[in-house]
Design a protein around this ligand. Structure first.
Ligand code: NAD
Ligand code: FES
Length: 295
């Protein structure tokens, strides 16, 4: 069992928990994720790690209840436990593999959207600890949906924006990035975009135009997070990849977002899942238990 040391609501329908998981906290790196399971009846929920403390053995997760299992998760309080908490899973961010001295020469900008802000934080923190201070553009629908403002501003040059203009400025993260590059003389060698699929797609369209290489995190299309269900199958360039095993981070300019978003929609219906199973045969393993394709 994995004890919850802190449970709080960060913003409307966005929750944060510190979970005692020493082995994961000791070995994880930014970009990786965990799978949480509340009890034997709940589904497995893949969540990107928001923060970790190797010495205290704590993993911080941030989530937005959308289905039955995440609703169940939100009801857990300090002192309760997860039945399963597995990780670290997926590949660490490519940035963590680079020489920090080389990273210091790079001008890096992060674009985070909504709940996707949470997985941006450990990357910024890691960079900051290695002497690199990146720019971070964080967009939320409105002021009450902004999360981690204090934490993010401590480790980055933070630009906040809201879709409705209720805080700092009006517009999306893409508007701020365009403004910084085209009007304020900023230049970037790398962009990392983490948020809703539609945001990552539009960030990539913009960074292609601006000539900025871009990494995206394809966590939103994961279902079981173990390479078993086939849900997170992606086309990246001319290759087929699985977000949970090969990623979650990929070259955003090579990701086929149209296919990925269509697939996400299909996974929501029984008929859509059956069609994917039929079309993909052996590469759609059906191990998720959602599509009836278990072998
Ligand atoms: P949301 O719909 O409130 O959008 C958040 C922000 O994204 C917006 O405020 C805006 O700034 C930006 N955005 C949205 N559409 C855009 C567009 N067309 N162009 C430019 N920017 C745009 O999102 P939310 O409800 O906070 O977050 C939920 C989504 O975040 C889910 O889809 C979830 O899967 C995703 N998410 C992704 C990751 C990841 O690793 N990529 C992690 C956590 C959550
Ligand atoms: Fe990757 Fe199921 S989420 S295969």
């Amino acid at each position: 069992m994995y004890k919850i040391l802190r449970a709080e609501m960060l913003a409307a329908n966005i929750y944060c928990m510190d979970v005692l998981a020493p082995r994961i906290a000791k070995h994880c790196l930014p970009g990786q994720f965990i799978i949480a399971k509340v009890d034997e009846y709940s589904e497995r929920i893949p969540l990107t790690i928001c923060d970790y403390d190797g010495e205290k053995g704590i993993i911080t997760i941030v989530f937005q209840p959308i289905g039955a299992s995440t609703q169940r998760m939100k009801e857990l309080k300090q002192g309760d436990s997860f039945m399963d908490f597995v990780g670290p899973l997926g590949q660490p961010s490519e940035l963590t593999k680079e020489d920090p001295e080389e990273l210091k020469k790079k001008r890096i900008v992060f674009v985070g959207g909504g709940v996707g802000t949470a997985p941006v934080y450990p990357q910024l923190k890691w960079l900051h600890e290695h002497g690199v201070t990146a720019d971070a553009i964080i967009g939320a629908r409105s002021k009450d949906l902004i999360i981690l403002e204090k934490e993010m501003s401590a480790v980055s040059n933070l630009y906040l924006t809201t879709d409705d203009g209720s805080y700092i400025r009006k517009g999306m993260g893409t508007d701020v990035l365009r403004d910084l590059v085209q009007n304020q003389g900023k230049q970037y060698d790398l962009c990392v975009a983490i948020g809703p699929m539609i945001m990552m797609k539009f960030v990539c369209l913009l960074t292609k135009e601006l000539g900025i290489p871009t990494i995206v995190s394809m966590n939103p299309i994961m279902v079981d997070g173990t390479g078993m269900c086939g849900a997170c199958r992606l086309v990246v360039g001319d290759e087929v990849k699985f977000a949970c095993v090969d990623g979650p981070e990929f070259d955003g300019h090579k990701v086929n977002f149209e296919l990925a978003m269509k697939r996400m929609q299909m996974y929501k219906t029984e008929e859509g899942r059956k069609l994917l199973e039929y079309q993909e045969g052996d590469t759609h393993h059906g191990g998720c238990g959602h599509c009836g394709g278990e072998k």
